[in-house]
Design a protein around this ligand. Structure first.
Ligand code: IMP
Length: 189
């Protein structure tokens, strides 16, 4: 269920399904883990809820570190990726696992992987809740993937449109017409 006061956007992945899938991914991550635990690095803000779920379902308690990268304005990727936070995480000799909400063009993950590998990480893998393969500009491997989606702009479960809608429990498809109709109905009440 989306929040009662939010516009009735089309639900792509209800919260329960996201939780079930994250549990499966955590199992796969645990099985792939070597003797040394990975360094979990969430790409914030968007990946926070996914990272928390994955962390909860791992057999070993591990901290989640954070990295912030920016390449987005509104619904369009601007291309250049800047690492705004977490560029100096101690990755040398570690197996890094990047936790991402959605891989779109692939630029963010590609830039982060290059950065951490250049910083001496032994490996850098990726777990992402969602992926839009049809939008890829840079080829990237998503080692642990929740769901593939078509080329639609999604919000909720941490994902936003200019800072809005992150708090929705489900992953829904953003539709400006649905938002306008909802606002018009609310102001007519
Ligand atoms: P990429 O660098 O193009 O792969 O973009 C990755 C980042 O763009 C993600 O971490 C999200 O923050 C954002 N993003 C891409 N697609 C969507 C979407 O459909 N909804 C919300 N954010 C998105």
């Amino acid at each position: 269920m989306t929040q009662p006061d939010s516009p009735p956007f089309r639900v792509l992945f209800p919260h329960d399904l996201i939780v079930r899938r994250a549990r499966e991914l955590a199992r796969a991550v645990a099985e792939a883990m070597g003797s040394e635990p990975p360094l979990l690095v969430a790409v914030i803000e968007g990946a926070r809820p996914f990272a928390r779920l994955l962390q909860q379902h791992l057999p070993t308690p591990l901290p989640v570190h954070e990295v912030r990268a920016s390449s987005y304005a509104g619904t369009a990727s601007t291309g250049a990726v800047k690492i705004l936070l977490g560029a100096d995480l101690p990755v040398r000799g570690r197996d890094v696992l990047l936790l991402e909400d959605i891989v779109d063009t692939g630029r963010t993950i590609d830039a982060l992987k290059r950065h951490f590998l250049a910083g001496g990480a032994r490996s850098c893998r990726v777990a992402s809740l969602l992926s839009k393969p049809s939008r890829r500009v840079v080829p990237v491997d998503v080692d642990f993937l929740g769901f593939e989606i078509p080329d639609e702009f999604v919000i909720g479960f941490g994902m936003d449109l200019d800072g809005r809608f992150r708090e929705l429990r489900d992953v829904v498809v953003y539709d400006p017409a649905v938002e306008r109709a909802h606002a018009a109905a609310a102001s007519a009440r």
